[in-house]
Design a binder for this molecule. Structure first.
Ligand code: BES
Ligand code: MN
Ligand code: ZN
Length: 506
């Protein structure tokens, strides 16, 4: 789909459908809606008079303009209360409106963001609308036979009469497009069936992204991992016919001496639980256990395409967790890349094992910040549900930067404490630690485990996306299935990075 911004008045816009907005309970139309109403002799205001349209959040009404307007149809969309309008509400409203238009089976539509007196400035509104449209209309259709009834929308055009607005909206939309294409890549990687999306394919996809963006990449295979002593990652992959990979990508957008932000993403391409086999029900969803890895690959893509002035490394440990004669077992003791030993209590707590080796590997970059993102614990889904990503970490500045990015992008995070007393729960009698601390505080003990592999002094944040990587239903600009969560969040975080302070802008 092509997204563009052009200078045009709504009353002159020839299109299959024109989206215009209205604030809830405002007695009069404003902006684009007002202009359309006036030249059409009250086509729209009839709806306010009858009370059939109030402008409630996400309410839509489709009008046919006959010959009264150059736009064949007008889709009125409710924006909710004027004072409550946010970018996130705009994303959701525009996703809903564009899905409504897709039902019409037209190939193109236009929208005006001239809502009259509006809390969200034009540039932010354009970015939010573009995101809502792109993410809202995206479908993973690679495995469906061509449906003659499903016509894809080819172009969406934002119109505005104000030349100055057009200019800033254009660059906001171009940026939104780049970021959403990255998020869509992440969604598609996660949606790909697990027998195809093996560690090798995940690494190949990373390579392909790097080739297209000229980012150097290195992919380690088991012999190299053995030489280096990455026995935690190796153990998790040992029960699988598809051996593990470790992909290391390095985007350089700032000077050589600048310390990078390092991203680490969990890449379990299928989590059966291993010998501690998971229950059958819902196991198909465990193909999304590489969502963190997909996010890291996508964030590097966006950073390179946006030419962000930052140094950024991405580390993706990839493995498939399967039961087999060769598989690692409960009771095993693994020597990690850091040298610390781990007693395996559950082979289903595999994510932290592959992350352990990847986090220790990150040390060589001397990270200015180290951020890992992982579908790590079912406990996080229980605690925070499917809207909130869990955040834990040792550095207030980085956490604050993530929180600010979360606020702006609508990819919300909630902090849980790295409660040190709970470290006792992962003490082992015969190794340096064990890989689970039981059910209580499961998200926290998982993070405390990871912390043992983060070198002292490295500012580190862990994001648990077990609940947010996959949506159980269509909601707003998310479809049922992979969400691509973390991509917009981390790109926004990186956009606000400054080498003036080696940290996020505050
Ligand atoms: N990949 C799962 C976590 C998960 C659960 C993600 C549900 C998405 C939805 C992870 O590897 C896992 O199995 N964690 C265990 C840890 C336990 C054995 C300590 C869990 O959460 O049950
Ligand atoms: Mn598991
Ligand atoms: Zn897992």
């Amino acid at each position: 789909m092509k997204l563009s911004v052009i200078r045009k008045a709504p009353i002159q816009c020839e299109t299959e459908a024109l989206i215009v907005g209205h604030h809830e309970n405002s007695q009069y139309f404003e902006g684009a809606a007002k202009a359309l109403d006036e030249v059409s002799g009250g086509l729209l205001s009839y709806l306010l008079d009858t009370g059939d349209f109030r402008g409630r959040k996400n309410e839509t009404v489709l009008l046919y303009s006959r010959d009264l307007l150059p736009a064949k149809r007008v889709l009125l969309v409710g924006l909710g209360k004027r004072d409550d309008l946010t970018e996130e509400k705009l994303r959701v409203a525009m996703a809903g409106a564009s899905k409504r238009i897709r039902e019409l089976k037209v190939k193109e539509f236009a929208l005006s963001l001239d809502f009259g007196d509006c809390k969200v400035p034009a540039e932010r509104a354009a970015q939010a609308a573009a995101e809502g449209i792109m993410l809202g209309l995206h479908r993973f259709s690679a495995y469906k036979k061509e449906d003659p009834d499903s016509i894809e929308i080819l172009s969406a055009t934002i119109i505005d009469q104000r030349a100055a607005h057009v200019k800033i909206m254009k660059s906001a939309v171009r940026e939104a497009e780049t970021i959403c294409n990255a998020a869509i890549l992440a969604r598609n990687l996660v949606a790909t069936p697990p027998s195809e999306m093996t560690p090798a394919l995940l690494a190949r996809e990373a390579r392909r992204m790097c080739r297209n963006t000229s980012i150097p990449i290195k992919v380690l295979e088991p012999p190299a991992m053995k030489r280096m002593g990455m026995h935690a990652l190796l153990a998790v992959g040992r029960g699988s016919a598809h051996p593990p990979r470790l992909a290391i990508m390095e985007y350089q957008g700032a000077g050589r001496g600048k310390r990078p932000v390092v991203l680490v993403g969990k890449g379990i391409t299928f989590d059966s639980g291993g010998v501690n086999l998971k229950p059958a029900s819902g196991m198909e969803q465990m193909k999304d256990d590489m969502a963190g890895a997909a996010t890291v690959i996508a964030v590097l893509k966006a950073a390179a395409e946006l030419e962000l002035p930052i140094n950024l490394a991405g580390i993706v440990p990839a493995a498939e967790n399967m039961p087999d004669g060769q598989a690692y077992k409960p009771g095993d003791i693994l020597k990690s890349y850091s040298g610390q030993t781990i007693e395996v209590v559950s082979t289903d707590a595999e994510g932290r094992l592959i992350l352990a080796d990847a986090l220790s590997y990150a040390k060589r970059f001397k990270p200015a910040a180290l951020i890992d993102i992982a579908t790590l614990t079912g406990a996080c889904v229980i605690a925070l549900g499917d809207y909130l990503t869990g955040m834990l970490g040792n550095d207030d500045r980085i956490k604050e930067g993530i929180r600010a990015a979360a606020e702006r992008t609508g990819e919300v995070v909630w902090e849980l404490p790295l409660w040190e007393e709970y470290e006792d729960l992962i003490k082992s009698d015969i190794a340096d630690m064990k890989n689970t601390g039981g059910r209580a505080a499961g998200t926290i003990t998982a993070a405390l485990f990871l912390k043992k592999f983060v070198e002292d002094g490295i500012p580190w944040v862990h994001l648990d996306i077990a609940g947010t990587s996959f949506s159980p239903k269509d909601k707003g600009y998310l479809q049922k299935g992979p969400t691509g969560t973390g991509v917009r969040l981390l790109v926004d975080f990186l956009k606000n990075w400054t080498y003036r302070t080696d940290g996020p802008n505050s």
